[in-house]
Design a protein around this ligand. Structure first.
Ligand SMILES: O=P(O)(O)OC[C@H]1O[C@H](O[C@H]2O[C@H](CO)[C@@H](O)[C@H](O)[C@H]2O)[C@H](O)[C@@H](O)[C@@H]1O
Length: 243
């Protein structure tokens, strides 16, 4: 894969892409040195590197360092266009909907709700067999509310506002420096990353799936370890890179 920090902009999904999946969101491990390696790549790309995640910005900062990276949190509902800069949050998901989703989730053994204010992730990794029934209940809770969608992910249903997705986040980053004028690259593993793939494809960029084929992806890396190896390679001085 011919990627060049001098000309590409990098959009990186987090769970299942940069870091390995864990049993619970708070149990993930960021490998030692990964944040510094990402920073080195960001510097080589003149700042054109963003984390694009379903996690909140607070969660990303806890994992990778406060304000260290440009980032789109909660699938783009809360965007920090530059490291150290302000965030631009969308309106919160209605409080009564969030309360109802938390209550509905609590009725299922092994299920818990992660309330991210702009979205609620309902996790069922500990009880995968409940997925069909859980999906039906969440659909009932959302009911006739307009502009709300339920997105499946890895052992999770995410209830969020329609129109906010990783593709819109990529478009927003690409509209201004240091991203504008570069060729975007999106690396991700989940169905929610396919919106990011569509956005980079429309901009003539490169979409890289992780672990399994995904709609819109040009190529696949086998796992997060391979993603980290690629990042390490790109972050190195050109003369240090193996040809
Ligand atoms: O867009 P991402 O950066 O891939 O974030 C997607 C969701 O990741 C987290 O949940 C997922 O990872 C957990 C830790 O590995 C795992 O336990 C869970 O089953 C996965 O769904 C995070 O908790 C969510 O908020 C993100 O939306």
């Amino acid at each position: 894969m011919a990627l060049d920090p001098g000309t590409h902009a990098f959009f990186l999904d987090v769970d299942g892409t940069l870091i390995d999946i864990a049993e619970r969101p708070e149990a993930v491990v960021v490998p030692p040195g990964l944040s510094d390696t990402l920073m080195a790549l960001a510097e080589r790309a003149d700042g054109a590197l963003a984390l694009v995640s379903g996690r909140s910005l607070a969660s990303l900062d806890a994992l990778f360092g406060a304000d260290r990276f440009a980032a789109a949190g909660v699938h783009g509902a809360d965007i920090r266009l530059a490291a150290g800069g302000p965030s631009h949050p969308a309106p919160a998901l209605d409080e009564d909907l969030r309360v109802a989703l938390r209550a509905a989730s609590a009725a299922f053994e092994g299920v818990f709700a992660e309330d991210k204010v702009h979205a609620v992730a309902i996790h069922y990794r500990a009880s995968p067999e409940v997925a069909p029934a859980l999906s039906r209940v969440l659909t009932e809770v959302v009911g006739q509310r307009r502009g709300i969608e339920i997105m499946p992910g890895h052992c999770v249903f995410e209830v969020r506002q329609a129109g906010i997705d990783k593709g819109a986040a990529v478009d927003r980053f690409m509209a201004s420096p240091p991203f504008a004028g570069r060729r975007p690259v999106f690396i991700g593993d989940d169905v929610t990353d396919e919106a990011g793939f569509r956005a980079v494809n429309q901009a003539g960029g490169i979409a890289v799936a992780v672990g399994a084929p995904r709609d819109g992806a040009h190529t696949i890396l086998p796992d997060p370890r391979a993603v980290r190896a690629l990042i390490t390679h790109l972050a190195a001085e050109p003369r240090q890179r193996r040809r």
